[in-house]
Structure formats: C-alpha cells, structure tokens
Design a binder for this molecule. Structure first.
Ligand SMILES: [Zn+2]
Length: 341
C-alpha cells in the first residue's frame, strides 16, 4: 500500500525506518482486541517497536542530524489540560486521550518512511543500530523497576535480595537481565524445557530457570522481595500475589483477559494487609525510561555476550510482512522486520 509521508513540520523528524519489532500487542490488534485508526483513516499501520535513521529535520528541531539512528517512543501527549502529559509523563496520562504510534490513533512505524515529533525521540549509539530494536520492550521493564524501587524505598528501609520473573518472552528475559544487573538473585518461570533457548538465556545471566510444568508455583509461596508478572495470565497473576514475601512488591506488566473464578478475594486482601505488600500495575514508558534503557542495553551487551542477539529469533523482510506477524515456531522469542537491506 502506498502512503504519502509529508515533509516534517516544525518540531518533527522524518524517519527512514530500518527495523520494526513484532510483539503480542501487534497480534492482539490484528485479532481485533484493541487498536484505533488515526482520525480520518480507515486503517492503522502497525509497529511501535522500531529503529529509524533520521532523513529530514523540521525547522525548529535541535539536537538531531540527518543520519542519526533513533528510536521514537510510542505514546504522545493528550491535548487536554493534563498535568502529567504536560510534565513529560505521557505514560501517566490522566485523561486516557493520549495517542500511541501503531496502537491508538497514530500510524505506527511498519513502513518505509514515517514522521515523529522530535521531542519524543531518543538517539541510539551506532553500536546499538541493530540491537536497539529491543529498546522499546526494555522500557516496559525500566519503568516497572524504577517504580518498584520508588514505591518500596518511599515506604520503608528496603534491602531486597531476590526477585521472581513470571514469563520468559522478550520482556521477561529483559526483566531477568535488568534485575540481575541490579545485583539481585533472580528466578524466572516459564513453561519451556530446561534445554530451551529461553531457559539457556535466563541461565546466561546467572538467574535460575524454573519450568512451571515441573515446579508448581505454589511451592514458591512467600519467597520473594519482588515479583514481576509478565505472563498476562489472570490465574498466574492471582497466584503471583502469594509468592511475594513480607513487605514485598508485585508489579503487573501483562494485559489480562476477563476471568470470573480466579480465587478468594477476602484471603487475597488479608494477605496483602498482614504482609505489608504492594501490588501495582505499570504500562507504557516515557522518554526518560528510553534514555535509561539505552545505557542498560549497553551494560547487558557488555556483561552477557550474545544474550541480546539470541532474543531475536527471526528476521523477516518487509515484503513478507504478513508472515512476520504469525508465530512460526515454539522457540520463537522476537521477530524483527527489516525495512532496509
Ligand atoms: Zn494526558
């Protein structure tokens, strides 16, 4: 399909898209669970994980040059009187009228050229011109981790020792790496065998891999200072609150489908109260987390050689876009669509 891309407006960058990552959100949009076309458009271009080269620059933009490798953030401010959007925290938008490239009201980056407001774009060092495609999924972890520590350190003297990550998709693997970087003992749970790529990646960081088919979650009750729930399964999420120990924190990063008979709410709330526990959700990430993510990508790469490379299990050509969005194998972790040869 041919789409006209206009020249950049005053604060915009024109982007020559290099790579786009495929994730569960894209597949959910294709399946019709969510996604919203831009105003006046009867289609939505997908693609919120991307790397581009700057190809043209608006007259009011500073700090960018043609040829810079960049990653645009996903969410854009709502245009209402929203304190958080105006304060650089569109990820905490109060009105819900924000827009998101490739998800809600703005076209995404799965196309040869695109436009983004320069104020929502971060520069990549040349050495991340390929692996920087993992920056957007990493920012989900960055925000979850920063908020976890702020919450906990804001309410007590806190010295966490260990963390549990539920799920070993791209975000779960990146969460494992980040929590290991912070010096925590980490255990990561998924349902693949101990010989799987995911299990080996977990172990490369010095974390322990747990196959939930062999080790039931209820054997891990009360063990952890931090739990990250990334499976998106409501029943796992319900179990997850039992796994945090006294004074622990549970960060939900999944999107959960409705489920009626999950468990005993009375027991759950009492458990939270008597254990001084915090359960919170986190979505999206503002530019600050993207900048932090760039530094952490470099650290992960330095520390665990080949780890980031192995998360990318398939590379598809953009001419084969449709196939790129359907999973091909059980061992698939992240598919990247290449827009330039
Ligand atoms: Zn807002």
């Amino acid at each position: 399909m041919d789409i006209q891309v206009p020249g950049p407006k005053k604060m915009d960058l024109q982007l020559e898209v290099q790579k786009v990552g495929v994730c569960g959100t894209d597949r959910d949009i294709i399946a019709g669970f969510y996604g919203e076309c831009p105003q006046g458009s009867d289609y939505l271009v997908l693609g919120h994980e991307s790397i581009s080269r700057v190809s043209d620059i608006g007259a009011g933009v500073s700090g960018f040059r043609r040829g810079d490798m960049v990653v645009p953030t996903v969410r854009r401010n709502c245009f209402e009187n929203c304190f958080n959007c105006r304060s650089g925290e569109s990820d905490m938008c109060l009105t819900g009228d924000y827009k998101e490239h490739g998800i809600k009201g703005l076209h995404g980056f799965a196309r040869e050229f695109a436009i983004s407001d320069s104020r929502f774009v971060v520069k990549l060092p040349g050495s991340l011109s390929d692996l920087g495609i993992l920056l957007e999924p990493l920012t989900v972890v960055e925000k979850g981790e920063v908020q976890t520590f702020k919450l906990q350190q804001g309410r007590m003297k806190w010295k966490p020792k260990n963390a549990l990550v539920l799920g070993a998709g791209p975000v779960g693997l990146l969460a494992t790496a980040i929590l290991r970087l912070r010096g925590l003992e980490v255990e990561t749970v998924a349902t693949r065998s101990k010989q799987s790529v995911k299990a080996r990646l977990v172990e490369q960081t010095g974390a322990r891999y747990i196959n939930a088919k062999e080790t039931p979650l209820n054997s891990l009750e009360g063990k952890y200072d931090i739990v990250f729930e990334i499976t998106g399964s409501a029943s796992v999420a319900y179990e997850a609150q039992k796994l945090i120990g006294v004074n622990g924190v549970l960060c939900f990063l999944g999107i959960y489908k409705a489920q009626q008979d999950t468990g005993d709410a009375g027991k759950l709330f009492t458990n939270i109260v008597l254990g001084n526990k915090v359960l919170f959700g986190s979505v999206n990430a503002n530019k600050e987390y993207f900048e932090k993510g760039v530094k952490d990508l470099l650290s992960i790469r330095r520390k665990w050689n080949g780890f980031l490379e192995k998360i990318i299990t398939r590379r598809a050509n953009y001419e084969d876009l449709e196939r790129a969005y359907s999973p091909e194998s059980e061992e698939e972790i992240k598919t990247v669509i290449e827009f330039r040869k």
